[in-house]
Design a protein around this ligand. Structure first.
Ligand code: UGA
Length: 427
């Protein structure tokens, strides 16, 4: 079993380190936040990720997992150094490498001989080869091992991955990293570092484009009287297309798709390639988010002005199963409504505090409270519990019983039977 340092106790670092400890490795996770490190050592997990807390407690108890402050404390005695640092976007869409570089500067001279740096963070293509020059250590190898974890399912995705991609310029380093995952049953792909880096961005950009495509088809369905759910089902049976990532929604978001698509576009621009298809997918997504907001405005009773309306929103997180609000489509849609001075009251099972920069949203502790005196109700995140609400009670609470279901979560007939006007997406 290997001695592994994981640098960064964010969502990727925590999942990676905890799961590697579960596989039997001796893992030390480092972070710069002292309080977070202390809490983690006490078994407190700062993010909502099913199964993570249990594995973390198991790791601490059996001695395979510990948390320390500072990258160098973790790296000093490790053979593998997993870099799991935030790579937020710069205003122009390129990747901000500040955290990454400062961690490298901190550890490059204290790495034990024959160490392997493993890049887990989503990094622009070419980073591994630049890093090799930057560290000036001929005895240290750089491997790219992109993560494909999806929030809310991260532990399962780590332990049962669709594939493990290892990008390396040295066969020996690749073999050593492959060995770390020997207890995981998965297809292993070994490539050069540039290809591994590009695989990550391409996967996210491709899925985002697939979503833009189905959202565009949803709009077309509304114009021609077709049902996008039937269309998605019909094309999904074709294994060349596949049935996942075909659920239309208010627009795609989250901490990865918008950032990684913009970063890939920047990479293409830098390389002198005009990646029109990807650029269009991104602008069409923004247009789709606006269109979703317009649907809500159009659903208001005749003569009701938006600035005098109360809109009830169900769902704030970027998707169900997470507490993450980063680049949430829901917040984007709400932003358009707030710009028009609508009053927005919102309920989300995972959010109970005012949202930074969006303090105008009235956060309620139940869906019924949010619906009180509302002129329209819109579902923006697909939390299952929204399907099980007492819609009779919601009907009574609202001023105008109209539901805009931007996730196609509810049964239109049921809602109509209860006296609602139901507006789905692409149906
Ligand atoms: C995404 C990728 O799915 C992971 O493979 C990747 O590792 C991760 O980014 C990352 O780069 O770290 P995640 O950000 O958790 O994972 O989100 P997804 O579950 O992929 O959803 C992204 C957006 O697409 C959400 O807004 C979601 O609501 C939307 N979506 C997804 C749909 O509108 N319809 C669908 O059918 C699927």
């Amino acid at each position: 079993m290997a001695d592994i340092a994981v640098i960064g106790a964010g969502y990727v670092g925590l999942t990676t380190g905890t799961c590697l400890a579960h596989l039997g490795h001796n893992v030390t996770i480092a972070d710069i936040d002292e309080i977070k490190v202390q809490e983690l050592n006490e078994g407190e997990v700062p993010i909502f990720e099913p199964g993570l807390s249990e594995l973390l407690t198991e790791g601490i108890k059996n001695g395979n997992l510990k948390f320390v402050v500072g990258a160098s404390s973790a790296s000093r005695n490790a053979a593998f150094h997993f870099l799991c640092l935030p790579t937020p976007p710069n205003p122009d869409g390129s990747t901000n490498m500040e955290y990454f570089h400062s961690a490298i500067e901190e550890i490059k001279d204290i790495l034990p001989p024959n160490s392997v740096i493993v890049n887990k963070s989503t990094l622009p293509v070419g980073t591994a080869s630049q890093l090799k020059k930057q560290i000036q250590r001929t005895d240290v190898e750089i491997v790219s091992n992109p993560e494909f974890l999806s929030e809310g399912n991260a532990v399962q995705d780590f332990l049962h991955p669709s594939r493990i991609v290892i990008g390396a310029e040295s066969q020996e380093a690749a073999t050593r990293v492959v060995a770390l995952f020997s207890d995981i049953d998965a297809t292993i792909q070994i490539t050069g570092t540039a290809s591994a880096e590009l695989i990550k961005h391409t996967a996210n950009a491709f899925l985002a484009m697939k979503l833009t495509f189905i959202n565009e088809i949803a709009t077309l369905c509304e114009l021609v009287g077709a049902n996008v759910l039937d269309v998605a089902e019909g094309i999904g049976y074709d294994p060349r297309i596949g049935s996942t990532y075909l659920q239309p929604g208010p627009g795609w978001g989250g901490s990865c798709f918008p950032k990684d698509s913009a970063s890939l576009l920047q990479t293409a621009n830098k390389a002198g390639f005009d990646f029109e298809l990807l650029e269009k997918a991104i602008t069409l997504n923004t247009a789709h988010l606006q269109r979703t907001a317009q649907k809500v405005i159009d659903a208001l009773p005749e003569g009701k002005e938006i600035e005098k309306s109360k809109i009830a929103v169900l769902g704030l997180t970027f998707k169900a199963g997470t507490d993450d609000l980063r680049s949430s489509p829901s917040l984007a849609v709400i932003g358009y409504l707030l710009d028009l001075n609508a009053h927005v009251s919102a309920y989300d099972p995972m959010v109970n505090l005012p949202i930074e920069d969006m303090s105008k949203i009235e956060i309620t502790s139940t869906a019924y409270e949010a619906a009180n005196n509302a002129d329209a109700l819109v579902i923006l995140t697909e939390w299952e519990e929204f399907a099980d609400l007492n819609y009779e009670r919601i009907h009574e609470a609202m001023c105008h019983p109209v539901v805009v279901d931007a996730r196609n979560l509810l049964n239109p007939q049921d809602l109509e039977q209860q006296g609602f006007q139901y507006i789905g997406l692409g149906q």
